[in-house]
Design a protein around this ligand. Structure first.
Ligand code: NAD
Length: 487
């Protein structure tokens, strides 16, 4: 039985109860992890709080060295971690290799910032004065992580939090705690006790006690908009800092000048990566009217050629979904669309050839419109709804006709259209031609219902610091604007 990581030690959960972790490709149980409780949360927060009083004063260069060491250790054990991630999460091995490499890079990137990041100097208003802005840690950061990129989204919180001088309590998703626990064992053991803590369990029993704990001033959360809204409400009671990375409904616009064949490949990657379980997965495709039929037919052919199977097999292009409840949501969205007049050109069902596992076929839908759930609510599955547009004005209006604003893609080499797209579309990341590519220095996050924060880049540190202005005057004689007036 696994244990939780509290105060630098592996300990049993307080309740003694466990939760199964499933392999989504086989539906078999991989392991059991402790079902944490509020008591475990209290222990972890106490450990993190104690550690904070030391960690915050550790010089940046020393913090940086420990973070580089975590990156080095992870790289040494990458094969084992990739395998474990693939078993519990489901997406194909190359996607997990990329995820692990990104985690390594994230620790290295924020280690670099940890060396020097502290604030800035201001030009004073008077010769005798000295003004500077200090960036200070807040304390214990709760890092609550979803199932789709278990280590990456953990690293995007933990690395900046540590670099800024905070300590952390990590709560992995119910579906995917194993790689996080193993990572803590292999790569975090050299940090001072209590700087990093990991507690497994449910959102209600571990996540929420973390959110409301009075000694947790900062909640860094990636997950669904519904849970993000709940966290924001709970956090408001104590004016806690929230860093919320939420759902999306990303659009992909094919401009009139785009090449159809390469656009099909680009959309397929953007929509089907991780079986569509990417917050910035393409969930709506808009094509010029004249291109619609050729594009849709080509898309249907293309996705039918992709190989569905366990992520652990090297021949797999698209793995299972991570949980049967996510597959049921996809089925509901497809049924709603078909009920309202959409046509299924490919997929639209579970594969007959795979009896076990939470698979769903890559699905191409046409005749869709914005009255359908699949064009408005996050599907988070392998669906590609395609809609025709008359002109670029309409394309941009359709993209912006959404409650979400996480990312958006445009495929074009027409500079005027590209400029219109990145200026007029309301989304946190705009990709011209190369969808879903991240950049360590490029902030990632959403507008509207997609969240209130940014991860990566220097902006990725902002949620994890308090800002303090210090005004220092070297002249201690009374000021002539003090009482009595008219001095
Ligand atoms: P989820 O909201 O169900 O769960 C996310 C995490 O929150 C899990 O660890 C869960 O246990 C925990 N949780 C659940 N209820 C909680 C509560 N009341 N209090 C505290 N914690 C609670 O999300 P999911 O299904 O695991 O992940 C999919 C969602 O994540 C999608 O909506 C996707 O768009 C979003 N996501 C967003 C980004 C981004 O950067 N914007 C990235 C990846 C995923």
């Amino acid at each position: 039985m696994k244990q939780i990581y509290v105060g630098g030690r592996w300990v049993d959960g307080n309740s003694g109860e466990t939760m199964p972790v499933f392999d989504p490709a086989t539906e078999e149980i991989l392991a059991h992890v402790p079902r944490g409780t509020a008591t475990d949360v209290a222990r972890a927060v106490e450990a993190a709080n104690t550690a904070f009083e030391e960690w915050r004063w550790v010089p940046g260069v020393e913090k940086a060295e420990m973070m580089h060491e975590a990156a080095r250790k992870l790289r040494t054990h990458a094969d084992e971690i990739v395998r474990l991630l693939t078993l519990e999460q489901g997406k194909p091995i190359p996607e997990h290799e990329e995820e692990v490499e990104w985690v390594v890079g994230t620790f290295d990137y924020y280690a670099g910032l940890a060396r020097t990041y502290r604030g800035r100097l201001l030009a004073p208003a008077d010769r005798s004065q000295f003004n500077f802005v200090m960036k200070e840690p807040l304390g214990v950061a709760a890092c609550i992580v979803p199932f789709n990129y278990p280590l990456l989204l953990m690293a995007w919180k933990v690395a900046p939090a540590l670099a800024a001088g905070n300590t952390v309590v990590v709560k992995p998703a119910e579906q995917t705690p194993l790689a996080t626990l193993r990572l803590a064992e292999l790569a975090f053991d050299h940090f001072p006790a209590g700087v990093i803590n990991v507690i497994t369990g449910t959102g209600a029993e571990v996540g929420e006690p973390l959110v409301v704990h009075p000694d947790v001033p900062l909640i860094a959360f990636t997950g669904s908009t519904a849970v993000g809204q709940r966290i924001a409400r709970l956090a408001a009671d104590r004016m806690k800092r929230t860093h919320l990375e939420l759902g999306g409904k990303d659009a992909f616009v094919i401009a009139p000048d785009a090449d159809v064949e390469s656009a099909i490949e680009a959309v397929s990657y953007a929509a089907l990566l991780n079986a569509g379980q990417v917050c910035t997965a393409t969930e709506r495709v808009y094509v010029p009217q004249f291109m619609h039929d050729a594009f849709s037919a080509g898309m249907a052919d293309y996705v039918q050629g992709l190989r569905l199977g366990p992520g652990i097999e090297s021949t797999t292009d698209v793995g299972p979904m991570a949980d049967p409840k996510y597959r049921s949501k996809v089925e509901t969205h497809v049924a709603d669309a078909v009920g309202k007049g959409a046509r299924v050109l490919a997929g639209g069902k579970r594969p007959k050839s795979l009896e076990r596992g939470y698979y769903y076929e890559p699905t191409v839908l046409v005749n869709v419109n914005h009255e359908m759930t699949c064009m408005r609510v996050e599907t988070f599955g392998p669906t590609i709804p395609i809609m025709a547009y008359r002109d670029f004005d309409e394309a941009i209006a359709l993209v912006n006709d959404s409650d979400f604003g996480l990312g958006a893609v445009c495929r074009t080499n027409d500079a005027r259209l590209a400029k219109r797209f990145f200026e007029e579309v309301r989304a946190g990341t705009i990709w011209i031609n190369d969808p879903l590519t991240d950049h360590y220095g490029g902030p990632f996050g959403g507008m509207k219902m997609s969240g209130n924060a940014r991860e990566l880049g220097e902006e990725g540190l902002e949620s994890f610091v308090e800002t303090k202005h210090v005004h220092w005057d070297f002249d201690d004689t009374p000021k002539d604007f003090w009482y009595p007036y008219g001095r």
